[in-house]
Design a protein around this ligand. Sequence first.
Ligand SMILES: Nc1nc2c(c(=O)[nH]1)N[C@H]1C(S)=C(S)[C@@H](COP(=O)(O)O)O[C@H]1N2
Ligand SMILES: [Mo]
Length: 405
Amino acid sequence: MEARRRFLGVTTALAGALAGCSGGNTQQAAADADTEPSLLGKVPSDYGNRSPHEKSKRTYADSKTPQAGSSRTPLQDSYGIITPNSLHFERHHAGVPEIDPAKHTLLVHGMVDRPLVLSVADIKRLPSVSKVYFVECSGNSGGEWSGKGAPDAQRSHGLASCSEWTGVPLSLILSEAGIRKDARWLLAEGADACKMARSIPVEKAVGDTLVAYAQNGEAIRPEQGYPLRLIVPGWEGNINVKWLHRIHAAEEPFYTKDETSKYTDLMADGKARIFTFDMDAKSVITAPSGGQKIAGKGFQEITGLAWSGRGRIEKVEVTTDGGKTWTAAQLQEPRFPRAFTRFRMPWTWDGSEASLACRATDESGYVQPPRQVLVEARGLNSNYHCNAIKFWKVQADGSVTNVEA
Ligand SMILES: Nc1nc2c(c(=O)[nH]1)N[C@H]1C(S)=C(S)[C@@H](COP(=O)(O)O)O[C@H]1N2
Ligand SMILES: [Mo]
């Protein structure tokens, strides 16, 4: 009954919104007839492209060292939970290497009984799995620490994307190599010029970590680590080593440049946290969001994405009054652990200013905190791991801007 009433509410609101343009309907239909294709269209193509009318793109932050840069996913334009491969965010420390898969190998050595050199073809012969996981740079939303924040969802949250990854469980490769019982840590190293390398506890490596070779049904893109990358579900982007070519088992962590000079979190007291692997629960409203404009009063679905490195998203609450009241949004199924979850909430915009935000809760019971709580706990010395609640302001003219929370 309630659902039916809501449905009627929606159609009434839509009817109201659409009434404004109904006067020109007959003329419009005549104009459409002129543009509807009457000639035969294009023939099938060998690799598809999107419609030329679709313009959504990654934003690339230009820098003095462009190869050590990043591009961001246009989350505000996204539908569902999967990021198209062409729009997956990028973060490279030494550019995208050009790698011939026929020559690329993965070396597994150190505290193993049978050191291995596996070709890409060897790896593809092994039993594989396909799993949906997000990858998020721990620098994502770093600009939000200041309280000023970015003006749109792409710049505030776009260093996060979500794909179906296909690959071989790392546990299988480690047992083939005969990893020794006293090995506690692995080094994972990339084949790019900076030799990105991170230490991974064996427990996580034999848990859900994948040596992935495919993304959303095709080979991983060069930008994402072709032909092999590590997927370490729910852990900070940096440890998902791309162009993976070496795994070294040892007793102790390696304290590489990438986990000491970077990707540590300097606290207010001057001490730094190291190995802060988990990405905490986070969410963002993607529509209506910063930079967009609501066309007019009436029905406007509020939708967005939520994710947590600690498992499934259990709840997303939405406020339209700056945090005074919160309402549980509808969560779209399936909800995969450590993947984007799409949430939706019906809303009718009455034409007045509104302050929108969302707050995620994950299956561990962790609730996404307000920015002030994060700042009190960690200070302002580090740019990493900001998962604060993000507010958008709807102005009276329908335009949506950032709010200084
Ligand atoms: N070999 C290698 N692996 C790498 C990087 C890199 O520069 N080189 N960048 C890391 C960082 S900081 C992040 S956030 C993720 C980004 O993955 P993506 O470019 O596929 O989005 O890859 C990680 N793996
Ligand atoms: Mo990153």
